[in-house]
Ligand binder design. Structure first.
Ligand SMILES: *Cc1c(COP(=O)(O)O)cnc(C)c1O
Length: 373
């Protein structure tokens, strides 16, 4: 039986997004003025439990603006996980500061707090904590450390819209644990606007400065007056319209992601050599990607398994390369945990649109390929 190829992710665009985009087209508000931008900023900031949202053209721009708004620049060091998408480090480099790479903790791949502390120097200014593949980083421990050492803290929440962390005051979503948090709305993220991003923060000064910098550094009360050099990082009304439509369904999207994870957890249980993703007791992951590790006991290594799945019409992604091994960032450091995770980690098809039938096809393939003769 010929079956459809299963992609690693495809966005689900609803009727509501279509309606709102139609309205932009009809009214002519297709550029970066228009009422949906402010509305999207307000509602998304609300969703994150913070006071301000600054919508931008992508998540990388949000990171860049967060760093600039905190005054990070040449001569500074910013501690970042090595196991993350390259944008986390690139945004640091754009400011003239230097990214310093930190190892992962083994359970989730997120920042290892003791390695983080070891790598702090007198030049350290800030930490960017990413929530890898939807599982939040340990923001309570990281927050305590940055406070003690006088550093700024930014969340890279590009992969974790709606993930939650248990703090002293109960469960709280990602986006409110540092000075600022950055989200991406790229096509395969939890919420999408095609391309897009947002900086959210409780600090009015950061929001104000980010708003100005995204618009060529223009003064908020004097048109065409530019006291400094900024960027054109604006989001369009069209993107915001899509975002608003998505945000109306966010609870349904998040419940869908957890259901995908549950079906995988069930379908993959007991396969020797596959270590399934965990959810730590203080965390609620959004399982942006469902990402098992391929261990020694499995008959194929990660790349062999990817090829075999590809032959069966199943699309996957390998984990990111540790950033300290990429040509522009090559460093003479050993970060053994993230290097190991990077070699063994596999992202299975986890989009919002995947059906239970497709998930069981993936599970069956992993079971068959893992079977011993
Ligand atoms: C997607 C992503 C980004 C960048 O977002 P863009 O919208 O693609 O610029 C940044 N950090 C992480 C961890 C990401 O996954």
């Amino acid at each position: 039986m010929a079956s459809q190829k299963i992609p690693v992710a495809r966005p689900r665009i609803g009727e509501r997004e279509r309606e709102l985009v139609e309205d932009c087209l009809r009214s002519g508000w297709i550029s970066s003025l228009g009422r949906y931008i402010g509305e999207f900023e307000e509602r998304f900031a609300d969703f994150c439990g913070v006071g301000h949202g600054v919508a931008v053209m992508n998540g990388t721009a949000a990171l860049h603006l967060a760093l600039l708004a905190l005054g990070v620049g040449p001569g500074d060091e910013v501690l970042v996980p090595s196991l993350t998408f390259v944008a986390t480090a690139n945004a640091v480099t754009y400011t003239g500061a230097r990214p310093v790479f930190v190892d992962s903790e083994p359970a989730t791949g997120n920042l290892d707090v003791s390695d983080l502390e070891r790598r702090i120097t007198p030049a350290s200014r800030a930490v960017i904590a990413a929530h890898l593949y939807g599982h939040p980083a340990d923001m309570v421990a990281i927050g305590e450390l940055v406070q003690r050492r006088g550093l700024a803290l930014i969340e890279d929440a590009a992969e974790a819209h709606g993930a939650q962390i248990l703090g002293e005051a109960g469960w709280r979503r990602v986006g409110s644990w540092g000075e600022a948090a950055c989200f991406s709305f790229y096509g395969n993220k939890i919420l999408t606007t095609g391309e897009g991003g947002m900086l959210v923060t409780d600090r009015e000064d950061i929001a104000r400065r980010a708003r100005s910098l995204r618009d060529h550094g223009m003064s908020p009360d004097r048109v065409y007056w530019h006291p400094e050099i900024g960027y054109n990082y604006r989001m369009t009304n069209l993107q915001a319209a899509i975002g608003l439509g998505q945000l109306e369904r966010v609870e349904e999207i998040l419940a869908g992601k957890r259901e995908v994870a549950r079906l995988y957890q069930e379908g993959l249980a007991g396969i020797a050599g596959l270590r399934l993703p965990r959810e730590l007791s203080w965390a609620r992951s959004v399982f942006w990607m469902y990402s098992p590790l391929v261990g020694e006991e499995y008959p194929l290594d990660r790349d062999g398994l990817r090829r075999a799945l590809e032959e069966r019409g199943i699309d996957t992604r390998p984990f990111f390369h540790p950033l300290h091994t990429l040509p522009p960032y090559r460093r003479e450091v050993e970060l053994p945990v993230c290097q190991d995770l990077s070699r063994r980690g596999l992202n299975l098809p986890s989009g919002p649109d995947i059906s239970p039938g497709e998930i069981s096809r993936v599970c069956q393939a992993l079971r068959d390929l893992g079977g011993r003769p």
